[in-house]
Design a protein around this ligand. Structure first.
Ligand SMILES: [Fe+2]
Length: 308
């Protein structure tokens, strides 16, 4: 196999999705729309931390207080109507057909330095595929740094595991059960340990060689949900803040196109989470039925993306 990192490609969205489904990575330089999204995120972050510099606030606050602040800030960003509008502007600018492209609400992520807070609301991600967490094979992840990145506080890709099975415990993960038990405000309480059953490798894996893409504020990295990736252990002395969101293409879902299945054994599906770029409608029922499984039939377990 070969790995390619495309920088500022001029191809259309169909070609780009195909490349991502083949395990390639795509990087874009900042644009007015991505920078506006970062500026909006920074305004909420600054408001949350008051007089403290958000990148170093962790050194001035008890960890419980820090987790409480993030516990308010993150849902506010996720559900803010302006966040969705910025996201839609970006999809339009980057050639996604808004009638065919559906997105999950954008997330605000943080990675604190020096093991200050690595569980719960600021989880330091072990290597994983999002497809171990019930994402469809055609999901694409978009990732944007909000402050200046360094190689010590970004994200790492492990493309040697593309299309190569990794022993993992995703068979214990059901998305509907997960939403019922673990989604919501309680995450901020996990400051010392994190009891949530998060699928991970159950065999030793080679973290190196790994790829760390360090772009400027407002740059974007696109990758397949099946790409193995992890948080870089942050030793930079600064908290990293980033935005990420996920997209799916209705036509690809209907055709069952996407990255190859490798080692995913989770149940349930995130298929009900995506909102159409034109009008925020959910995916049509025929698509949901294709991706649902028998675990989705207990109606109360199904996540409602409009719930706060
Ligand atoms: Fe992930």
């Amino acid at each position: 196999m070969n790995n390619t990192i495309y920088f500022d490609p001029t191809c259309d969205d169909d070609t780009r999705r195909r490349q991502l489904y083949e395990g390639q990575l795509v990087v874009y330089s900042p644009t007015a729309n991505t920078l506006a999204f970062c500026e909006f995120a920074r305004s909420l972050i600054k408001e949350a931390f008051g007089d403290l510099d958000p990148e170093t606030a962790q050194y001035h606050l008890p960890v419980e207080e820090y987790a409480r602040i993030l516990g308010e800030l993150k849902p506010k960003f996720i559900h803010h109507p302006e966040s969705k509008q910025h996201l839609r502007n970006i999809l339009g600018e980057f050639g996604c057909d808004p009638a065919e492209t559906y997105f999950d609400v954008p997330k605000l992520r943080s990675s604190t330095s020096d093991n200050y807070l690595t569980s719960g609301i600021a989880y330091a991600w072990h290597p994983h595929r999002d497809t171990w967490y019930s994402a469809p094979q055609s999901q694409i992840n978009w990732w944007i740094p909000i402050y200046e990145l360094s190689t010590e506080n970004g994200m790492a890709f492990h493309p040697q595991y593309w299309n190569r099975p990794v022993k993992n415990n995703s068979d214990g993960y059901n998305y509907y059960e997960w939403n019922k038990q673990h989604r919501g405000a309680s995450v901020a309480q996990y400051v010392k340990e994190d009891p949530r059953p998060l699928p991970k490798p159950t065999e030793a894996i080679d973290l190196d060689p790994q790829i760390r893409l360090v772009g400027p504020v407002g740059s974007m990295v696109l990758f397949s949900a099946a790409q193995l990736h992890s948080s870089v252990p942050n030793t930079s002395g600064k908290t990293r803040f980033s935005i990420d969101f996920r997209t799916v293409h209705r036509g690809d879902l209907a055709r069952k196109t996407g990255a190859p299945w490798v080692d995913e054994r989770c149940t349930g599906s995130t298929i009900r989470d995506y909102l159409r770029a034109t009008d925020l409608a959910l995916l049509p029922d025929d698509i949901i039925t294709m991706y649902d499984d028998e675990t989705g039939h207990a109606g109360e377990l199904v996540y409602d993306p409009n719930r706060t």
